[in-house]
Ligand binder design. Structure first.
Ligand SMILES: *[C@@H]1O[C@H](CO)[C@@H](O)[C@H](O)[C@H]1NC(C)=O
Length: 394
């Protein structure tokens, strides 16, 4: 058979060529607006001018940050813009090393009220070691800034981006819809305080795939109002794992629904997959969650639900958590636990967890001592081999 065929890679190249020729996007290079790739000159005004040009462009536009190191202070890239925007970074963007430069801005780089935006490539280094030292020494420090934030942004692609040394969270997604995140690396030392990887809340339709997070706090923190969030092919560690929560801090709070974490590896993390709520009354809930095909390597709490969260035992009433957890499936989770108690399902006394499914779990502690499990107020069913033995109540 010598049928001439257009192979898939060839087809892809052809389509890419067509794409480039037909959607020539207007380019706004930050250097043309006065940015200096010397790592020392403040390029904030130039970045803003390039953004404003792109944002006002009737045709699809690209802000280009070329090779070199650009110093950027706290900045907001605000919409609405006229058409689809791309923010394409080849170089490195660095923050001022003096953390006091941020004041109370909350964010270093903020995208707000934009629709249809892609952030592609680049390294964003917040250079926060001075800030962490301040925090660790117990001085009076500013609250810290998130490195890259998306607020009220719809149709977002974040691809090939690296964030390093954030003061606090690397990337936040707040009140957004339809967000695709792929091939992203978030890196900070394992002992850096409060450096969450992703913080997601009040957002719907998020995909996070093929990414690596090595940081000092949660790799991914999933907050109130998160719906339809798919995480796959994540490498997490060091860090505190993937956490739904903390939830239920507020009395009136939105829930979390439809979260899947699959085909991911946790290495040396504090937690694997965690659901965490304050020991306070709340209208919050968690439902339809799938944790599947996960590998745990020396993880302190591979599987954990903790509804008794009350840091320093302060500000939490003695009531149980009002957050209602239901329909949570743990399937094909294997590997090693760094503590004997590999599975802890500690649910609320007033709102027991219901519809928990355990299927094909194999977690070991060490060669001599088997791993154990601990449940309270956790109702559900087990299928297949469960090791440590299931402690669920029917
Ligand atoms: C959650 O997933 C279910 C099943 O796929 C779907 O029917 C439901 O609409 C989803 N919830 C939301 C809020 O989109």
């Amino acid at each position: 058979m010598t049928k001439p065929a257009i192979t898939l890679p060839l087809l892809f190249i052809l389509l890419t060529l067509i794409d480039i020729s037909s959607c020539a996007s207007t380019v706004f290079n930050v250097v043309s607006f006065g940015a200096k790739p010397d790592g020392a000159t403040d390029s904030t005004a130039a970045f803003l001018k390039a953004w404003q040009g792109a944002c006002a462009s009737a045709a699809s536009a690209t802000v280009v940050v070329p090779t070199g190191t650009f110093l950027l202070k706290a900045v907001t890239f605000r919409g609405p813009c006229k058409s689809r925007l791309q923010f394409q970074v080849t170089g490195t963007v660095v923050a001022p090393t003096d953390y006091r430069a941020f004041g109370n801005s909350g964010s270093w780089i903020l995208f707000a009220n934009v629709n249809k935006i892609s952030l592609v490539g680049g390294t964003f280094d917040a250079r926060a070691s001075g800030f962490w030292s301040c925090r660790k020494s117990g001085q009076n420090c500013p609250p810290g800034v998130r490195s890259i934030s998306f607020n009220s942004v719809n149709d977002v692609i974040i691809s090939g981006v690296k964030s390093m040394n954030s003061q606090v969270t690397h990337v936040t997604v707040n009140r957004c819809t339809n967000v695709v995140i792929r091939n992203v690396r978030l890196v900070a030392p394992g002992n850096s305080p409060n450096t969450d990887g992703f913080d997601i809340q009040s957002s719907t339709g998020i995909t996070l795939t093929g990414s690596t997070i090595q940081t000092g706090d949660d790799c991914v923190a999933i907050g109130p109002g998160t719906r339809n969030f798919l995480i796959s092919k994540l490498a997490c560690g060091p860090g505190h794992g993937v956490s739904i929560g903390s939830l239920g801090k507020e009395l009136k709070e939105d829930g979390v629904e439809n979260v899947t974490v699959s085909s991911s590896v946790f290495t040396g993390t504090q937690n694997g997959v965690r659901i965490k709520s304050w020991a306070r009354p709340s209208t919050g809930f968690v439902k339809n969650v799938f944790f599947q095909d996960l590998i745990m390597k020396n993880v302190e709490n591979p599987i954990i639900i903790d509804q008794n969260y009350c840091p320093s035992h302060q500000g939490c009433p003695t009531e149980p958590s009002g957050v209602k957890i239901s329909q949570v499936t743990y399937k094909n989770i294997q590997g090693t636990s760094a503590t004997q108690q590999a599975m802890k399902l500690m649910c609320s006394k007033s709102n027991p967890c219901t519809g928990i499914t355990l299927q094909d779990i194999k977690l070991t502690f060490n060669k001599v001592t088997p791993a154990t499990s601990l449940c309270s107020n956790a109702l559900g069913t087990s299928l297949g081999v469960i090791q440590p033995t299931s402690c669920l109540n029917r």
